[in-house]
Design a protein around this ligand. Structure first.
Ligand code: SAM
Length: 268
C-alpha cells in the first residue's frame, strides 16, 4: 500500500516506485539506499532490514526522530503551525533564520511543509531560501501526525546515516541489494550536495568488483529533450526506460503533454 511522504522532496520517486521495485530481486538480505531523500522506494518496498543514508544531515536527523520519537515531531509541528497561523510570515522567517544557523531537523520539517510548493531550495551559500506559501496553510498537524506514525512503524530496526554514498554501502555483501538514486548530474544546485561523475563511475565499478547487485535511476527524457548521459556499458547488464508520467510544465507552457521517461540500470 502506498504511503504518503512526510516531506516533499525534489526528485522523489513516489510515482515510479512500484514500477522500479518490480525489477528488484526477491532475495534481499539487507536493503541499502544511500541517496535516501524522502524514501519513496523504501516506503514501498518495506524491507525487514535496511541501511539508509543521505548527505543532508537535517533530513537524516528527521528520519532518526521518526524512528525513535515520532510524537516529538507531531507535537513540535503542531506548536509551530499554530504559531504561524497567529503570527504570520514573521514567524516563518524567524524559523528560517534559525534553521540556517542551527540546522535543526524539526525546523527543517516545518519550513518544508509551509514554504512555496514545499520546494526545498538553497542559495549558493547553502542556506534554505524558499519563502512562505501565503495562500496555503501548510499540512494540518493531525494529518502529519498520522503520516509520521505510519512511517515510524516502517522504519523500525533500520539504520540512518548522514554521510556520503560510498560510506553507506561500505559493508554490503552479495546477498544484499543497493538502490541508487543520485541527483541528476546536470541539474546544478537543484539538490543538496553534488556528485562528481568520474568518482561515481569508479564507485559503480567497485560495486561490480565486489559482486554487489544494484539498480540505478540515473537519467531521463522529457518530450524531445534527453537527459540521457551514457553510462559505460561494462557497468550494467540491463537498461530500462520507465515511463514516469507526463510533464505538467509541458502542458502549461505549450498546451501539449510531454511524456517523461526515466532510466533504470541494473547490473544483474
Ligand atoms: C534524487 S534525490 C533522491 C530522491 C529519493 N529517491 C526520493 O524518493 O525521495 C537525491 C538525494 O541524494 C542526496 N545526495 C546528494 N549528494 C549525495 C552524496 N554525495 N551522498 C549521499 N547522498 C547525496 C541528496 O540530498 C538527495 O536527497
Amino acid at each position: 500500500m502506498a504511503i504518503k511522504p512526510f516531506i516533499k522532496w525534489s526528485g522523489s520517486k513516489r510515482s515510479q516506485a512500484p514500477e522500479i521495485i518490480a525489477y528488484f530481486p526477491e532475495d534481499i538480505r539487507v536493503y541499502y539506499e544511500p541517496f535516501l531523500g524522502s524514501g519513496a522506494i523504501l516506503g514501498h518496498l518495506r524491507p525487514t532490514k535496511a541501511v539508509c543514508g543521505d548527505v543532508n544531515a537535517p533530513l537524516i536527523g528527521l528520519w532518526k526522530t521518526i524512528q525513535e520519537n515520532p510524537e516529538q515531531i507531531s507535537r513540535d509541528y503542531e506548536k509551530k503551525w499554530s504559531q504561524l497561523q497567529k503570527e504570520g510570515h514573521t514567524y516563518f522567517y524567524k524559523i528560517r533564520d534559525r534553521f540556517n544557523k542551527e540546522q535543526s531537523p524539526l525546523d527543517f520539517l516545518f519550513l518544508t511543509r509551509t514554504c512555496v510548493n514545499g520546494l526545498i531550495r538553497y542559495n549558493k551559500q547553502g542556506e534554505f531560501n524558499n519563502s512562505l506559501h501565503h495562500t496555503r496553510k501548510g499540512i494540518q498537524p493531525s494529518r502529519l501526525e498520522q503520516i509520521v506514525e505510519e512511517w515510524s512503524e516502517i522504519v523500525q530496526g533500520h539504520k540512518f546515516l548522514a554521510q556520503g554514498y560510498e560510506l553507506t554501502t561500505k559493508n554490503a555483501t552479495p546477498q544484499d541489494f543497493i538502490y541508487l538514486d543520485p541527483p541528476y548530474f546536470n541539474t546544478g544546485t537543484r539538490y543538496f550536495g553534488t556528485i562528481d561523475y568520474e568518482k561515481f563511475i569508479d564507485y559503480l565499478d567497485s560495486l561490480n568488483k565486489r559482486g554487489l547487485r544494484y539498480a540505478l535511476s540515473y537519467d531521463g527524457k522529457r518530450g524531445e529533450e534527453s537527459y540521457v548521459v551514457q553510462l559505460p556499458k561494462h557497468l550494467y547488464k540491463r537498461h530500462i526506460m520507465l515511463h514516469s508520467g507526463n510533464s505538467t510544465f509541458g502542458k502549461v507552457q505549450n498546451k501539449k503533454v510531454e511524456k517523461v521517461y526515466e532510466s533504470l540500470y541494473l547490473n544483474y
